[in-house]
Design a protein around this ligand. Structure first.
Ligand SMILES: [Zn+2]
Length: 240
């Protein structure tokens, strides 16, 4: 609308496009996983006629183990992704050095794919091959389909995922601190989990700019059915 706004700046003012907005993946994944695992766990052991204290203690052990596992899982996953991208980029660098004529062919292929004519590509290709750095950036984005800011910090992702798991895992366990009847505590835990899923969905919708109702329903449906499946499996196994 307003032509004076720098499109790049406008783009980056939206939460989703800020680096932090990207971490919506870690938050949603961690919270959902922490909550679902804990509720499934609680519901599973409650049927076995155990004391509230035992549910609380084993629940805390479960959350701790889950947090550590999510932390290292995310750390390794992020590092592997960085390594894979870096390897691809190194190979592209080598190809540019060793087989530049093949790269020129690729420039034409890529732009022909975008609907450019040979005459239109000629000056672009000339410009690209005159600067090795430009050519590499172009190949990274258009041939490898890797973003130039692909690098994600393993420790940061790991912390977000681990802490989100912890944040999702603790609420279902809270009723066990106050309620002495384990079945009543389990019902509270389910209600608390429902509320946390709605809250997470609402927060997620603020980052992704989607409707809060749709976002919350999605969290409740997916998280709820995962917990239900976990519960049914637990029951089935305990029956067998
Ligand atoms: Zn290439």
């Amino acid at each position: 609308m307003d032509k004076k706004i720098d499109p790049l700046k406008r783009f980056h003012n939206e939460d989703w496009h800020t680096p932090e907005g990207r971490h919506v993946r870690e938050f949603v994944f961690g919270i959902n996983d922490g909550l679902v695992t804990t509720v499934g766990f609680i519901a599973g052991v409650t049927g076995a006629l155990v004391s509230v204290k035992l549910v609380l203690m084993s629940g805390m052990a479960e959350i701790l183990a889950g947090t550590i596992s999510m932390f290292f899982g995310s750390f390794l996953a992020t590092r592997s992704q960085n390594e894979f991208y870096q390897k691809e980029i190194n190979r592209e660098k080598r190809e540019i050095r060793e087989n530049p004529s093949k790269e020129i062919e690729e420039i034409y292929e890529i732009y022909e794919g975008k609907g450019f004519t040979k005459e239109e590509i000629d000056p672009i290709a000339k410009r690209l091959i005159s600067d090795k750095k430009n050519l590499l950036d172009f190949m990274i984005q258009d041939e490898l389909n890797i973003s130039l800011d692909y690098y994600e910090k393993p420790l940061k992702n790991a912390s977000y995922t681990g802490l989100s798991f912890l944040a999702g895992g603790i609420p279902p366990l809270l009723p066990y601190f106050f309620e002495k009847n384990s079945v009543v505590a389990m019902i509270y835990a389910i209600i608390v989990s429902f509320l946390v899923l709605v809250l997470t969905g609402t927060l997620k919708s603020r980052i992704t700019k989607t409707g809060w109702l749709k976002s919350s329903l999605e969290m409740v449906l997916i998280g709820g059915s995962a917990a239900a499946v976990g519960f049914i499996c637990g029951k089935f196994i305990s029956l067998v």
